[in-house]
Design a protein around this ligand. Structure first.
Ligand SMILES: [Zn+2]
Length: 719
């Protein structure tokens, strides 16, 4: 086994590298520069973390995502890695301690912001230390054409001169060929070995539907598929994020807005809650998400069209980083096309460079519109855009699952175009549709449009269908919208062959309302049967307790996939636990006993033999002994290295068998007790084995499961 493999197993808990990881890691360990293009969720960070641990000295990670550094460092510390960060949010004493650790060789990984590196002081500091490598993360930020350009990235080419013998890696999740070239040139890594991984994210299901009643469509999507999940909803405007978040909250979800206009503290708080709690929905502008490390985002929804396929792919790529099924869902309509084209403005006037920039922007929007309108596999089109080969059908997108029907739209298109032409290209879509449908409006009378040859020639289609025709003609650039003049519709050169009858055109049939969506396949839990679901919930509670005690997000303790393995394999000892994929040495030492205890409790409870002959199991007995000697539950949990929820499970059993008084462990007023017991009755939770989730939800999460379990035990005892 190579050193890198040993680190992979012992520190990170994985048996084998994925994809190109090994090749990249070997190459960097050997001291070669690297360009790494790897999709989100592909295991990009391991590519610099492992060489940093294997090579002598400290690995320096340059990242623009200051707000996330704390979590990244916490997650590494959980693995037993000596990590730290330097950024502007830090107290002077803290940064001094990190700097000291760096120069004395007591640091494995250091995260720093790019602006920090432009300070000579920082460069001096790094020169006093041994640096194993530089990893320039989110390297596409160096591209002036890109949507995330950061001027500080342009200064990073100095690293080549200042540290000639230290290998440099540029990493990003999305970069087309042009951006890749820019990264190489601007970061001076011409000698770098390029590793361009496939872009495919097979676990993400793509779905784009016609925008009709967007809020209702969104609600239906979340309710039917993701009622128990975390997700991100993207909107174009700040105000809309707040409206949608408020509305989802009113519908009973935990939804928080996020945009650049909010006070920093509020933004940080909302991001924090999204990372640390479960089932939180963030409603955000594109200001949210770069580098978001949360692996269990189960859906990304777009209520407005992104400006490019790169942006769409990056935003949807935040779903399902743990490799479990996830949904990328979007609604799109004519108004999106008009709004975005308007925002981009016209390409005339201004400097040559500015015009070039606009031209590129327009092209990117065209491609995005193309993706919305296609009638073939979305994934195939996406991958093709990034230059990846893939099968014509993926089987995991809306077009593969419910192929779109097309119709010969040649005649309708001729009518739609003629109508714009006969009205002198002076009117917007709504009026053109009125003319085609033979409507009797003031405007028609005012301009005497009822006398035109095109008046009333379109009665075979309804207004929605005509909008669909116009949308597709605009998206495909047969017509264009003149924003400067009341959104009037103009003809383009492209429409000539259609008008002349020399070309035919296939249009897609918009599906007005799909049949009920299938129940979530993008839900880890959905694949479990009922008794496994119970254990899954208990393990999740245990994970949340452990995470909250440490102040880290739950996934930093373990990913969902590790919990799933526990449910499937029911490890009953440390040796078995340590073999689960994703369980490294440090985490095994820290957490194995807590989770094994939950699994054990559960198995015991299932067999119902904890107290069958009036005897407590040894572990409950031990908790009883400590409670009796006056210890509080928190202290017992710490002392026994068990999750607090486990201790409360013990206590609830002690209450159930009258060994402990409820009032000794849980401080509640009489009216609170009545309220809780009232909900037990309402929800029919009269049985000892009843699941308490309905009560937890019914009480608006005002009481923890631990409290509810104890009250329930007392309640059942008195029945
Ligand atoms: Zn497909």
């Amino acid at each position: 086994m190579s050193v890198a493999q040993t680190v992979l197993k012992d520190t990170f808990g994985y048996d084998a590298f994925r994809g190109q990881q090994q090749a990249i890691i070997d190459s960097v360990i050997a001291g070669t520069d690297a360009l790494v293009i790897m999709p989100t969720g592909g295991g990009k960070s391991l590519c610099y973390q492992i060489p940093s641990l294997v090579r002598e000295g400290c690995g320096v990670v340059i990242s623009p995502l200051i707000a996330l550094m704390q979590d990244q460092v916490d997650a590494l510390k959980e693995l037993g890695i000596r990590a730290g960060f330097l950024n502007s949010t830090q107290a002077a004493a803290d940064s001094y301690a990190i700097e000291n650790a760096l120069v004395t060789g007591e640091l494995d990984l250091l995260y720093i912001a790019p602006e920090r590196l432009s300070q000579p002081r920082t460069v001096n500091l790094l020169q006093q230390a041994t640096i194993s490598l530089f990893a320039i993360d989110e390297a596409h930020c160096v591209s002036q054409w890109g949507h995330d350009f950061r001027a500080d990235y342009l200064r990073l080419h100095h690293l080549a001169e200042a540290f000639p013998n230290v290998p440099r890696m540029a990493l990003t999740a999305t970069a087309d060929a042009r951006t890749q070239q820019e990264i190489i040139e601007r970061l001076c890594i011409q000698q770098a070995k390029a590793f361009v991984a496939g872009f495919d994210r097979p676990n993400i299901c793509y779905h784009i539907e016609l925008k009709q009643q967007p809020k209702q469509q969104l609600l239906r999507f979340i309710k039917e598929r993701h009622s128990e999940d975390s997700g991100i909803v993207y909107c174009l405007s700040r105000k809309k994020t707040e409206d949608i978040a408020a509305w989802l909250t009113a519908q009973g979800f935990t939804a928080l807005p996020y945009h650049a206009g909010m006070p920093y503290e509020t933004r940080a708080l909302h991001q924090q809650r999204f990372l640390r709690e479960e089932k939180v929905i963030i409603v955000a502008t594109i200001a949210f998400g770069m580098g978001i490390d949360k692996p269990d985002v189960r859906f990304v929804a777009h209520l407005d069209l992104p400006k490019s396929i790169e942006a769409y792919y990056q935003e949807t790529g935040r779903a399902g980083r743990d490799g479990e099924p996830a949904n990328a869902w979007m609604v799109y309509g004519l108004e999106d096309v008009i709004k975005l084209r308007e925002m981009m403005g016209s390409a005339v006037g201004g400097t040559e460079e500015k015009n070039e920039f606009k031209r590129v922007e327009h092209q990117k929007l065209e491609s995005m519109l193309g993706l919305c309108e296609i009638t073939s596999c979305r994934r195939h089109a996406l991958l093709h855009y990034f230059g990846d080969e893939s099968p014509a059908q993926c089987g995991n997108c809306d077009m593969c699952k419910n192929p779109a029907e097309t119709w010969d739209g040649t005649e309708a298109s001729q009518k739609a175009i003629s109508c714009a032409y006969r009205t002198d290209q002076r009117f917007g879509v709504n009026h053109l549709i009125d003319v085609l449908s033979g409507a009797n409006t003031e405007k028609i009378k005012q301009f005497a449009h009822q006398k035109l040859s095109v008046y009333g020639i379109g009665k075979e289609l309804n207004k929605v269908q005509w909008r669909s025709v116009y949308r597709q003609l605009i998206a495909r650039n047969f017509l264009q919208v003149d924003f400067a003049n009341f959104n009037r519709i103009l003809l383009t050169e492209n429409c000539r062959p259609i008008l002349k009858g020399e070309a035919s055109i296939e249009l897609r049939k918009d599906v007005v309302q799909k049949t009920a969506l299938r129940k979530s396949s993008a839900n880890t839990k959905a694949t479990l049967d009922q008794h496994k679901t119970d254990l899954w919930e208990l393990l999740r509670e245990c994970r949340l307790d452990l995470a909250q005690a440490k102040g880290v997000p739950p996934y930093v303790v373990f990913h969902d996939s590790v919990l799933m393995q526990m449910v499937e394999e029911l490890p009953s000892n440390i040796a078995h636990f340590s073999r689960l994929s994703g369980v490294g040495q440090k985490k095994c030492d820290q957490y194995a006993s807590a989770f094994i205890a939950v699994i054990q409790e559960y198995a015991d409870k299932k067999k119902n033999n904890i107290i069958t002959n009036g005897e407590l199991s040894p572990t409950v007995e031990e908790t009883y002994r400590l409670i009796s000697s006056g210890e509080i539950p928190e202290a017992i949990a710490t002392q026994r290295q068990l999750a607090l929820s486990t201790i409360y499970t013990h206590i609830s059993q002690l209450i159930r068998f009258s060994k402990v008084e409820l009032s000794d462990v849980v401080k509640l007023t009489q009216s609170e007790l009545h309220q809780i017991e009232g909900v037990f009755v309402e929800c029919g939770l009269m049985d000892e084995m009843a699941k308490l989730k309905p009560a937890y939800d019914g009480l608006a999460e005002a009481y923890s499961y631990s409290v509810l379990r104890c009250v329930h035990a007392d309640f059942v005892r008195r029945l």
